[in-house]
Each structure stands twice: as C-alpha cells, then as structure tokens.
Design a protein around this ligand. Structure first.
Ligand SMILES: O=CCS(=O)(=O)O
Length: 169
C-alpha cells in the first residue's frame, strides 16, 4: 500500500477535497483509501470526460479537485480539457495510471501507452513521472500548487513499476 498511500497523503496534504475518476486495476488501493475518507467527496465517474466536468463544477464551487484515471481515459478527455479546462481556467490534478508499457499484458493498451505523453504535450498539460513514494508525495504537493498557479490541469503519471511499492508492506 506504500505507493498508493504516498499518493493519498499527497492529495490530502494538498487539501484536495473532491476526487472523481474511472478505475484502473493499478488504482484499486488508492481508490480504497479515498472511498474510506469521510472528509472528502469521491464520486466514481463513468467516463474520464465526465470526471473532468464534475471537477469543473466543483472547482467553481470552491473545491480542490483531482481526477484518477488510466491513461487510456486520456483519449476520452481531450475535448473536455480544451472546452472546459482551457476556456474556464480549471485547475485539476490528474493522477494517471500509465498502462501499455513495461509489464503490460493487454495489447489494446499499447497504442495509448505510446501516445500518452505526446497527447499531454499537445493539450499543454504539464506532466511529471515520480518513481518512488517519496517523489510521488512531493510532486503531488508541488503539482497541486502549480495547477492552481497556471489555472489548468497538471498530470502526475505512475508507470507499472511504481505500483510494486504497494506490495512492499
Ligand atoms: O483497462 C483495463 C482493465 S484493468 O486492467 O485496469 O482491470
């Protein structure tokens, strides 16, 4: 749980109080931590673009927001990033489980695995790729602050190797 716990603590210590998103197998421990926290709002979404829309409304209502997603869901999000986040200056922290690279077993994940960072560059979302729980905690805190400075999403990407820290109890 150590890897997921570092992400959760980074989100909470950044005063993130509204979390939504679409699950990935690698996000299960993080989602479990978030679901148990009665001091924040967690709303499971059916699609990542819906999650971004929920965050847009929550932000305008004064909440500090994060979206949990698999990188495959970034493809579902592009228009909402442009038509909502860009136009209305919506800061959101994207916690992205990066599939389609090392350790991947599902061939369908490969294309988005290759395109994720290029897509984030295209829509001008800054992204960071912590490799340890300590880095994750620090980058999440800096990332939330940076998202609010630029009034735009910031992505923190976790590759398959990161989640091995969850098995090191
Ligand atoms: O997107 C694939 C489903 S799972 O591997 O995250 O369960």
């Amino acid at each position: 749980m150590e890897g997921s716990l570092a992400i959760y603590r980074g989100l909470r210590d950044s005063n993130i109080d509204f979390i939504t998103g679409v699950p990935c197998a690698n996000l299960k421990n993080l989602i479990s931590l978030v679901e148990k926290d009665n001091d924040l709002t967690y709303i499971p979404a059916t699609r990542e673009e819906e999650a971004i829309g929920l965050c847009a409304g929550a932000h305008l209502a004064g909440r500090r927001c994060a979206v949990l997603m698999q990188n495959s869901g970034l493809g579902n999000s592009i228009n909402s990033i442009g038509s909502l986040c860009k136009i209305y200056q919506i800061p959101i922290l994207f916690i992205i489980s990066h599939r389609g690279d090392l350790k991947e077993k599902i061939p369908a994940q490969i294309p988005m695995g290759r395109w994720t960072k290029k897509l984030l560059d295209t829509v001008e979302v800054p992204y960071y790729c912590p490799k340890t729980p300590e880095e994750a905690y620090k980058i999440i805190k800096y990332g939330v602050d940076y998202a609010h400075v630029i009034s735009y999403p910031v992505a923190v990407i976790f590759d398959a190797l990161y989640w091995e820290y969850d098995s090191k109890e």
